[in-house]
Write a protein that binds this ligand. Sequence first.
Ligand code: ADP
Length: 395
Amino acid sequence: MARVRLENITKRYGDETAVDDISLEVEDGEFVTFVGPSGCGKSTTMETVAGLTEPTEGRVYIGDDDVTGLAPKDRGVAMVFQNIALFPHMDVYENISFGLRLRKYDDEEVRRRVEEAADIVQLEGMLDRMPAEMSGGQQQRVGIARAIVRNPDVFLMDEPLANLDAKLRVHMRTELQRLHRELDATVIYVTHDQAEAMTMSNRIAVLNDGKLQQIAPPLVCYNEPTNLFVAGFIGSPSMNFVEGTLVEGGLETNNFTIGLDPGRLSGVSIGDDVTLGVRPEDVHLTQYADSLAAPTDPIDARTDVLEPMGDEVFVYLLLSEAAEGSMDQDPATSPNQLLMSVTPDTEIEANEDVDVVLDRSKIHLFDTATGDALLHGLTDRSEREPGTTPTEADS
Ligand code: ADP
């Protein structure tokens, strides 16, 4: 296994910059996921590691070697793609061993490696099956076994679960984690699905518009997002954002004011636009908020739509001014709306006047102009300035 280092990777297609000056390092044995919306440059970045795409600028290192100019087969990487592309006329054994036989490994070595790989991905007893006789998940495991037998330094996986149904995808997520543990492998994984990224990775690299936004452990991206993009992308449903203005003693929004010493925020001053971010689980009905150490003052709201999810209920709240006479606004884009998540036993109905509070320790503030995080958590004693968790983007 080996570490992978990208140094100032840029890839341009004509005038378009697909990847914009990305530098990062994946440690030996680490599972790092590139995540971001479609078209943000995830696959292109991974293809520069694989050798399928030559970067316009920058260098790629695997282990201590500069592999930037090397062919894919000389890089010690193995790839697993969304489209598994098994040979339909070959059975599982022949599919898994194809690359080894091409490289003229002796029969005994081939059998040993295939059986070991089949064992790891739990395909024992299926080696004589044809691909048409297997489920999507089993076929995907054949694809992974085919990568394992090559004994690569680095596994590169591009949306390998995208074609599977939702239940199988969740199952394969745990299988891939187990595989990573058993092989002690270096894995770079590409997905647009933030849940997949959150559950499997040691660290996630969030990309947008060709640029690396943050690379950090999943919970650091969740709790201390470096900017508005990461805050909105990681977590489902998304964080609420409320735009406001910094005033003496606090942040003033359309519908409420949050007490705060503006002197604690560096880079912004009184009169500047600051966006408040708060996750749905950190909005509480006032009567259920006794245990909160630091609630905000109560905010008047009216419940709109309720979405019972089984284990929780999503409550769409209209803040007071919105509730009075602007019901024609699209709630999804309204600055006067908050999404709250409550437990199923909460007594609440649609179209009810309620008071809510925000958990001050879970409030995030962002510079509206730049999108950069200013502060995570407004409790007085435990305020954390952004950047206290080092990320490679900072270094
Ligand atoms: P992602 O994997 O995040 O969906 P990609 O890396 O595939 O994104 O693409 C990043 C950007 O580069 C997109 O705008 C895409 O259209 C562009 N792009 C990718 N490959 C090519 C190509 N071969 N020629 C031209 N543009 C490309």
